[in-house]
Ligand binder design. Structure first.
Ligand code: AMP
Length: 374
């Protein structure tokens, strides 16, 4: 196949910050960018040449969008399968709709991973009240009940602390198809962001450590310096799923040193944002290269780094003090162009580069604290 070269047009399904950073990387390399999202003035749309504003279910508009681009990629995996299929009538869609189909549904994803012999937390399928009662008895408490479809950042999840509260927990997520997962008393959470080309070439950004608050990623520290075998698991996932593009595998590192996959994201990931400033080729440029069939770039990390998310909560006492963050040497400020800083909403992030990962973490946390007005 001929590579899709600079000057061509890349289409992005989804309008969020991942699409924005992808669009920045694409425009830097001389590509044109069209975005398709249900909203207007989206973070990605603000950076794009053309912003199409329509529901994902509007397949005629999806087809018109795909007709005007050379390749279609995603920044949001919960795009309906029919949308990906309609786009594929007119342009290559990378990663393929089949990858989205597997990864946008927890149960399909878990069954795929289990079938591939890859490690994951013990789970049970819950479709009825009887299933739930049996699952709680089988896995014990605490356990986490997660909706099978369309979950992210802790949405559609509830912790079950005793068998008596299980039915209420299921009702609280709409009594829909779900997965009950054993609660993992993990030592740490880790992730691997990697990329794969149409020719099967594979590159990765090593293993990074992630710390969450209220189920939302708070901080990433790179490199993690542990569990390097996670990279081989990520490679196996990408090969078995035949991914073209970037994929993130999130892991739990158990106290006995074993790794379990928590979930997959078939796109650049929040835990790879540090690559924008710290690596020779960012995860966003890597996605562009992969979907355009260019050689994948060096993933070399130039300095240890730490990334801290800026959620809407940072605005609770007024507009953050941007200058205070910028005064920290080695700290980079990223804002996603979102107008409304709601609590829990990802508004931006800071990345700190330093001589050691410990120093990077200390700096990024100090910079974030300095921004919040007292
Ligand atoms: P998820 O949306 O499934 O990635 O979950 C968000 C966060 O909730 C994870 O990053 C963990 O911090 C926590 N979590 C989810 N599932 C489990 C589990 N089975 N055991 C312990 N913590 C969990």
């Amino acid at each position: 196949m001929k590579p899709i070269l600079p000057g061509s047009t890349v289409g992005i399904l989804g309008g969020g910050q991942l699409g924005r950073m992808f669009a920045i990387a694409a425009r830097r390399m001389g590509y044109r960018v069209h975005t398709f999202a249900p909203d207007v003035d989206t973070p990605a749309g603000q950076i794009s040449d053309v912003e199409i504003h329509a529901p994902y279910e509007d397949l005629d508009t999806v087809r018109a969008f795909a007709r005007n681009v050379d390749v279609v990629t995603f920044e949001f995996e919960n795009v309906p399968a029919a949308t990906a299929a309609a786009a594929a009538e007119f342009a290559p869609v990378r990663p393929a709709g089949a990858v989205l189909h597997t990864t946008q549904h927890r149960l399909r994803e878990k069954l795929f991973l289990q079938g591939a012999g890859l490690p994951l937390a013990p789970f049970r399928i819950v479709r009825t009240e009887d299933d739930l009662i049996r699952a709680v008895a089988g896995l014990g408490c605490p356990a986490i009940l997660k909706t099978a479809g369309f979950g992210y950042d802790g949405h559609g999840q509830v912790r079950i602390t005793s068998p008596e509260t299980a039915l209420d927990a299921w009702r609280s997520i709409g009594s829909q198809e779900a997965v009950l997962e054993a609660f993992i008393d993990f030592d740490r959470e880790l992730s691997v962001v990697a990329a794969r080309g149409t020719d099967g070439a594979f590159v990765h950004y090593g293993v990074v450590e992630n710390r969450h608050q209220r189920h939302i990623l708070d901080v990433t520290i790179a490199p993690a310096g542990v569990a390097l075998e996670a990279v081989e698991i990520a490679r196996a996932v990408m090969e078995k799923l035949e991914v073209v593009g970037v994929l993130c595998v999130e892991f739990f590192l158990a106290r006995d040193g074993s790794l379990m996959i928590n979930e997959l994201a078939p796109r650049p990931h929040n835990s790879g944002h540090f690559t924008f400033d710290a690596c020779v080729t960012s995860q966003f440029e890597q996605q562009l290269r992969a979907v355009c069939e260019l050689p994948l770039g060096s993933t070399e990390q130039m300095r240890p780094a730490a990334m801290a998310n800026l959620l809407g909560d940072v605005w609770s006492k007024g507009t953050p003090d941007w200058a205070a963050a910028c005064a920290f040497q080695g700290v980079k400020l990223h804002l996603y162009g979102k107008a409304e800083p709601r609590p829990g909403r990802k508004m931006g992030h800071l990345t700190a580069l330093a001589a050691t990962k410990e120093a990077a973490l200390e700096t990024v946390l100090a910079a974030r604290a300095a921004m919040c007005r007292s």
